[in-house]
Design a protein around this ligand. Structure first.
Ligand SMILES: [Mg+2]
Length: 423
């Protein structure tokens, strides 16, 4: 059996954890640059006239008149609380697959002799007791069924966020309850194709002949079909997958024209991604930098360009990469445009112990021990405690940093932002 554990309204739950005064009130979280709503709690979902995805400035008044509390996204906080939730889950099984920031599959293979209803309740209670984050638990024989069980645990109130699909009858009832668009991994096109042949529930889908499913929906559809019938086809990925490329691109808080400021943002992003690269013990062979204006703006003249640099020797040295990034940026930057975004990608990743040297060129890479110390300091004392001068200072970063007007404190990762009580 497999448990799918999913945090309830995760981003909002993280925010409310440190703001008990908001209990029972409508709360929403905004996307980067305060663009639009990306998360709502139960109370905010009940205000059905407030749409997701609508630009924030258009609904600002509507939110205020409905007394909705809003937060800018605080990924430092969400990431840290997510790690805590996952660590609690690891006390229930050695196999935990972290599927996303707020969802995990927990392998319960070999634990079928336990009372799984009780085990599910233990999971739910321990997570909330140790982290303050409420979760729903769905337990079923396959991943796709576990995902459905999780949905049922939350949508049907009398299950109180724990549902175990442990009999054939429960499986069939669940499939009849679920409409096709509730099936995990089934895209819109397939939902439409199924509707065209009269299949509206997950149960209808499983009653179609395999030959038809294979022909019309390829191997992906076949896998879902089998999983829904209780035949496990998806493996457990408990190891974090190493990325093949690492990149970041964020819109500036405001449009920028000046090369020096854009260089600073670029250097900052490079230091971020090279840290990720070192954490997965890899080096990159190519560095790509791209720059773009706002293509949605009607009155700006548009320009975008990118440059990929082949490194003489693969590296994960922040300082060397920043130098190359600066070179790339100077090659594509043109004066007179209002830029919206700079992005960097590290490509051609190889394990750091498989580096091919270069006979003809000397590298400018720093002593790896220095970089290790650099990472150790930042891990211990917080991000950017030591950084390259080229990536700017806290004060100068204000020019290009994301707009996060309503960001909550990073309660769990910054000493200076700890929750204060009894002031
Ligand atoms: Mg969730």
């Amino acid at each position: 059996m497999i448990a799918m554990v999913d945090c309830n309204s995760f981003y909002v739950s993280c925010e409310q954890l440190f703001r008990p005064d908001l209990k029972g009130r409508a709360v929403v979280v905004l996307s980067n640059n305060d663009g639009c709503i990306i998360a709502k709690n139960k109370e905010a979902k009940a205000l059905t006239h407030i749409p997701y995805g609508e630009p924030f400035f258009k609904i600002k008044k509507l939110l205020a008149s409905n007394e909705v509390t809003l937060f800018s996204s605080n990924y430092t906080l969400y990431g840290n609380l997510s790690d805590r939730v996952m660590n609690v889950l690891r006390t229930f099984s050695p196999d935990v697959e972290v599927y996303s920031i707020d969802e995990s599959f927990v392998n319960l293979k070999g634990m079928e002799y336990l009372d799984l209803q009780e085990y599910g309740e233990q999971i739910k209670n321990k997570v909330v007791r140790h982290t303050g984050i409420p979760v729903g638990v769905g337990i079923a024989p396959t991943k796709v069924l576990a995902k459905l069980a999780n949905r049922i645990s939350k949508k049907i109130p009398h299950h109180h966020h724990v549902f175990v699909m442990d009999t054939e009858q429960k499986r069939i009832d669940s499939l009849k309850w679920a409409v096709t668009k509730d099936i995990w991994g089934l895209g819109k096109k397939h939902v439409a194709r199924l509707a065209a042949v009269g299949a509206f529930t997950a149960y209808d889908f499983t009653q179609l002949p395999l030959a038809w499913v294979r022909k019309e929906m390829t191997v992906v559809g076949e896998r879902l079909w089998r999983e829904l019938k209780g035949e496990s086809c998806m493996t457990f990925n408990t190891l974090p997958r190493n990325k093949k490329a690492i990149g970041t691109a964020k819109s500036f808080g405001k449009k920028l024209s000046d090369l020096a400021t854009i260089e600073e943002a670029c250097a900052y992003y490079i230091s971020e991604v090279s840290e990720v690269l070192r954490a997965q013990k890899c080096c990159c062979t190519y560095l790509q930098v791209y720059l773009t204006t706002n293509y949605h703006s009607a009155y700006d003249t548009q320009y975008r360009n990118s440059k990929t640099i082949t490194l003489d020797v693969a590296t994960n040295d922040t300082f060397s990469l920043i130098k190359q990034g600066k070179r790339a940026l100077q090659l594509i930057y043109k004066k007179g445009y209002r830029y919206k975004k700079v992005g960097v990608n590290l490509l051609g990743l190889i394990p750091e112990n498989h580096i091919q040297g270069n006979l003809f060129k000397e590298t400018d890479h720093l002593d790896p021990r220095l970089i290790k110390t650099f990472d150790a300091i930042n891990n211990r004392y917080g991000k950017s405690t030591v950084s390259s001068g080229l990536s700017g200072t806290k004060k100068s970063n204000k020019q290009w940093e994301l707009i996060k007007e309503e960001r909550s404190p990073r309660y769990t990762t910054q000493w200076s932002e700890l929750l204060e009580i009894g002031k």
